[in-house]
Design a protein around this ligand. Structure first.
Ligand code: 5GP
Length: 176
């Protein structure tokens, strides 16, 4: 049995419209400021690239890569920073950008780590939100789409490093 991209959940036109709406909301909230946009590698890079180009405020960018401890998956909650920010964030307005919030463990841990560095403000923008899967409470400040408990790929999201390049978002199905 192999996996297959089965059904389009969000076509690229729908994604583009929603990204513009989010960028409008973020631009209003950060008017007169220059936020540091922090992307979580690898999944957030496509969403982040589209989002920042639709902003009406200037911004700077940096990236983190997270790694799990030992052989456990990231969603065990035991995350560490694999690649850290190159920018000091004390006193800065920081907006974390992530592809998806699922159990909530990754983002709540990253928020905790970055908060210790005393940014002026710290918010989170996610492209997708799967609230049914939460293991700890976590609410993102900006959410592209709320989705049911299905595994999705495309628009930066992968399965085993495949499908990130797809311009639409698909629910991953199975075929024999
Ligand atoms: P968490 O469970 O800590 O909230 O999310 C951890 C990570 O799980 C996400 O950043 C993402 O990489 C991955 N993930 C969760 N749900 C999905 C999904 O439906 N599709 C893909 N491609 N990755 C997912």
């Amino acid at each position: 049995m192999t996996e297959a991209v089965a059904e389009v959940l969000f076509p690229k036109e729908v994604i583009a419209r929603r990204v513009r709406e989010l960028a409008g909301q973020i631009s209003r909230d950060y008017e007169g400021r220059e936020p540091l946009i922090v992307g979580i590698l690898n999944g957030a890079f496509i969403f982040m690239a589209d989002l920042i180009r639709a902003l009406d405020v200037p911004c700077r960018v940096d990236f983190v890569r997270l790694a799990s401890y030992g052989s456990e998956s990231v969603s065990s909650g035991a995350i560490r920073i694999g690649k850290d920010l190159e920018t000091p964030i004390a006193g800065r307005d920081v907006l974390i950008v992530e592809d998806i919030v699922d159990t909530g463990l990754t983002l709540s841990r990253l928020v905790e780590v970055l908060r210790e560095r005393q940014p002026a403000s710290l918010r989170v923008c996610v492209f997708l939100d799967k609230p049914e899967r939460r293991r700890i409470p976590f609410t993102a400040d900006y959410v592209g789409f709320v989705i049911p408990d299905r595994f999705v790929v495309g628009y930066g999201l992968d399965f085993d490093e495949k499908y990130r390049f797809l311009p639409d978002v698909y629910v991953l199905g199975r075929s024999s």
